[in-house]
Write a protein that binds this ligand. Structure first.
Ligand SMILES: [Zn+2]
Length: 307
């Protein structure tokens, strides 16, 4: 059940969205559950800042009852602009991506290690990511991946999570090599099926699976719900099995077919209600205690916040 390099090569865009077509009208799920949630995966890129000010971003969080938000800035300090306005809500993650090319260049840039250490030591950032570690010639062999290995040790040293996107074989190599480093597996590996995710999670207790962007508009080819929004049984079983290690995020990127279009503003924050409307609907189909962990408690523990 290994994912081929070819199929993974589809995902070389910044946020790795697949088959995103006719998205705006499809599968709109009403937001029926207004309980507060912890959003584990938000971006605040400069192309988003053009249309959503830091103040508006904080207003969106309140409007959609998002009590806590992990924000990945591009450049990294963008996240601090929002954090400054709502320090009790916002957790800033250090991202080494500064432009539209860094997602594949970061592994060869040793300056990343210097910048990440400075960022974590400042106390302003509580994690590192989102990092793309993908095949097709971009992923360095783990033995020679100086930057990745350095970051894995660094997040353990600072005891903060790292958000990584990677195919299962590479993810397994990383999580087994660094069992004390907490890894949030972005998009739960994206194209993977539950049994493939299970393979990694059963071997590595230091891996949390993130369901960010896994919604009907961005994962048309590999959803965890059916067309009516019903959680598929194999996904439900997986989430119950690993109830302590699933987290959810919105991944504020829009429109879906834009990928990383630097010429157009990104209106992802305006879509928060849509994203969380979908997530809240499938979360409500899980046993209550499991849903509570996945939408809130697990993230609170990961970031050492008081429950
Ligand atoms: Zn993302």
């Amino acid at each position: 059940m290994r994912l081929s390099k070819l199929s993974f090569g589809v995902f070389i865009s910044n946020l790795l969205f697949i088959f995103a077509v006719n998205a705006a009208d499809k599968n709109t799920v009403p937001n029926t559950n207004k309980e507060s949630v912890f959003d584990m995966h938000m971006h605040y890129k400069w192309s988003q800042k053009e249309v959503t000010s830091p103040k508006q971003a904080v207003q969106y969080l309140s409007k959609h009852n998002i009590s806590h938000a992990v924000v990945i800035g591009k450049p990294a300090e963008n996240a601090l602009l929002i954090k400054k306005l709502a320090p009790e809500k916002v957790i800033a993650i250090f991202s080494p991506y500064r432009d539209s090319q860094d997602w594949y260049r970061w592994q060869r840039n040793e300056q990343v290690l210097i910048d990440a250490r400075k960022a974590l030591a400042s106390g302003e950032y509580q994690g590192v990511g989102e990092l793309h570690i993908i095949g097709g010639g971009f992923a360095r062999k783990l033995e020679s991946a100086t930057v990745l290995n350095g970051l894995m040790k660094m997040v353990h040293e600072f005891d903060v999570p790292i958000i990584e996107f990677s195919q299962p074989d590479y993810m397994l190599a990383i999580c087994e090599r660094y069992p004390k480093s907490k890894i949030i597996w972005a998009h739960a590996g994206a194209v993977l099926k539950p049994d493939q995710i299970d393979q990694v999670m059963s071997k590595c207790r230091n891996v949390w699976s993130g369901m960010a962007a896994r919604d009907p508009w961005r994962y048309v080819g590999n959803q965890h719900t059916d067309e009516a929004g019903k959680l598929l049984p194999e996904w439900k079983a997986l989430m119950i099995k690993y109830a302590d290690r699933f987290v959810v995020g919105s991944d504020t990127v829009w429109p879906v077919d834009q990928l990383d279009g630097w010429s157009e503003p990104d209106t992802g924050w305006e879509q928060l209600g849509r994203f969380w409307g979908f997530h809240r609907a499938w979360l409500a189909q899980l046993p209550e205690d499991v849903a509570q962990k996945i939408k809130y408690d697990n993230a609170m523990k990961l970031f050492k916040m008081n429950l």
